[in-house]
Design a binder for this molecule. Structure first.
Ligand code: NAD
Length: 497
């Protein structure tokens, strides 16, 4: 097996930053403790990262507060701020190959995807919010002739961001880019499974001229560093992407501490609905498969509940299964690989546990269902499809966060809508139909923050992203994201004439 040789070579080609980044400097965690950085490609330890805890969070918050009060960033002219963020984006782009390699080593997604999707989208996000700095205006309100009513946005202050491992730097950039663009000072707590790109990115931000203390990174366990950040009395806002269970804890920490602002991007169990008048079976089957198998199913918007009208279900699932069978898991470092590893052994075992549960609750395994490439030492699971799923089964209700499709049959439109909305989540939903009326009726009926018609995952940095129900609240991406990082202030000036 070549995987280990490839890992060793790749590790030699990256600069691995592993310590906390506080006030513009790398330094070990106060405790001196470290966490193993295991690559899921072959299960080997490729380094160790600082295990930040409450003391490091205290230091990072103090640095952020000092920088915020000093105003070196907050009060900087809009065009100067914009230039620094654009330079930061340029540096990410110039180091894109290294960042893509770090991401693939750290969390196992194919290098083909980190190069063509993750890192380019990070650059796009930073540039978009940099450009917003000198293009978004405040408001003047109606007022009598001898008064001025101003409605201005001010930075919320010190922002803490707790982020996941599935698109590590991309999810982080959807937080730090708008937070920085609006003049805040920020502390990032990346996921313990994948912190390497955020640490390297912070170094690049400093090289681009971001003043010290404005962007800090404290890696470490969620229950130590993440909790301390969300509980901190001097953090003004906490923004989170991750599971619904941890999102609920974060809300609790905010309530127990200083009523800091909270925004949550949580999990999903998204329905993809295929009507019998689907315009293109092959395109829909391909999209339905990739809606779950992309990033090995570790995508919050994964369309894991595949609702297919019974009249076409057998024929349609055959096509989806053909796509799944063509997607053999492979070495994520091989540029030809399209389907890589799960993030770690725990996640692999969780996914295999759900597969067992699906079979034991009576669903029919169509393909996959096994661990793959076990001799590599890495953490791989075959693309898996279950048919005969009912919406009551565990694999239709809980977020698996792995490459598992749960196919559910339905007879008519109303039944499809009822099944689709019968979930605690509301992140995404999609429908395939030729009929404009059906499409529009579905789009308005589905309770989800993103609805796709005859596609999956159509989106852009200009469109808001976030969920209904227990998928969270607050929006990433688009100019609406700026709301999370600003307070509205009304200034009413009484004049003498
Ligand atoms: P997770 O909830 O386990 O962890 C997310 C982050 O929270 C990590 O940084 C972790 O260290 C931290 N954390 C864990 N326990 C904590 C605690 N007690 N206090 C504070 N922080 C804590 O999620 P994950 O496994 O990293 O990511 C997968 C989840 O993220 C899935 O549920 C997925 O749907 C969700 N996700 C959502 C979106 C979205 O935009 N809606 C995007 C990506 C991922």
């Amino acid at each position: 097996m070549m995987f280990s040789e490839n890992v060793a070579q790749a590790v030699g080609r990256v600069s691995m930053r592993s310590e906390t980044f506080i006030n513009g400097r790398f330094r070990p965690a106060r405790s001196g403790e470290t966490l193993a950085c295991i690559t899921p490609i072959d299960g080997s330890e490729i380094g160790r990262i600082s295990a930040g805890d409450a003391r490091d969070i205290d230091d990072a918050v103090a640095a952020a507060r000092t920088s915020f009060e000093a105003g070196h960033w907050r009060k900087m002219g809009p065009r100067d701020k914009r230039k620094i963020l654009l330079d930061f984006a340029d540096k990410i782009e110039a180091n894109a190959d290294e960042l893509a390699l770090l991401e693939t080593l750290d969390m196992g997604k194919p290098i083909a995807h980190t190069k063509s999707v993750d890192i380019p989208l990070v650059v796009q996000a930073i540039r978009y919010y940099a450009e917003a700095i000198d293009k978004v205006n405040d408001e003047l309100g109606p007022a009598p002739h001898n008064a001025v009513s101003m409605i201005v946005r001010e930075p919320v202050g010190v922002v803490g961001a707790v982020t996941p491992w599935n698109f590590p730097l991309l999810m982080a950039s959807w937080k730090f880019a708008p937070a920085l663009a609006t003049g805040n000072s920020v502390i990032m707590k990346p996921a313990e499974q994948a912190s390497l790109t955020m640490l390297r990115a912070a170094e690049l931000a400093a090289e681009a001229g971001l003043p010290e203390g404005v962007l800090n990174v404290v890696p470490g366990d969620g229950a130590a560093a993440g909790k301390a950040l969300a509980l901190h009395m001097d953090v003004d806002s906490v923004v989170f992407t991750g599971s619904t269970a941890v999102g609920k804890l974060i809300m609790g920490y905010a309530a127990q501490s200083n009523l800091k602002r909270v925004a949550l991007e949580c999990g999903g169990k998204s329905p993809q609905i295929v009507m019998e008048d689907c315009p293109d079976f092959d395109a829909a089957a391909n999209a339905a498969a990739w809606a779950v198998f992309y990033d090995q199913g570790q995508v919050c918007t994964a369309g894991t509940r595949l609702l297919v009208q019974n009249s076409i279900k057998a024929e349609f699932l055959k096509k989806v299964a053909a796509v799944a069978k063509g997607l053999a898991p492979g070495d994520p470092l091989d540029p030809a690989t399209q389907f890589g590893a799960l993030v770690d052994e725990t996640q692999m075992n969780t996914v295999l546990g759900y597969i067992e549960k699906g079979a034991s609750e009576g669903a029919t395994l169509v393909c996959g269902g096994e661990r793959a490439l076990g001799q590599s030492g890495g953490f791989y699971v075959q693309p898996t499809i279950f048919d005969g799923v009912t919406n009551k089964m565990t694999i239709a209700r809980e977020e698996i966060f792995g490459p598992v499709i749960s196919a559910i049959g339905f007879d008519n439109f109303d039944q499809a809508m009822m099944i689709a909305n019968d979930t605690i989540y509301g992140l995404a939903a999609g429908i395939w139909t030729k009929d404009l009326n059906t499409a529009h009726r579905a789009a308005r009926t589905l309770r989800a923050g993103n609805v796709w018609v005859n596609c999956w995952d159509g989106s852009d940095i200009t469109t808001p992203f976030g969920g209904f129900k227990q998928s969270g609240f607050g929006r990433d991406r688009s100019l609406h994201a700026l709301d999370k990082y600003t307070e509205l202030k009304t200034i009413w000036m009484q004049l003498s004439s």
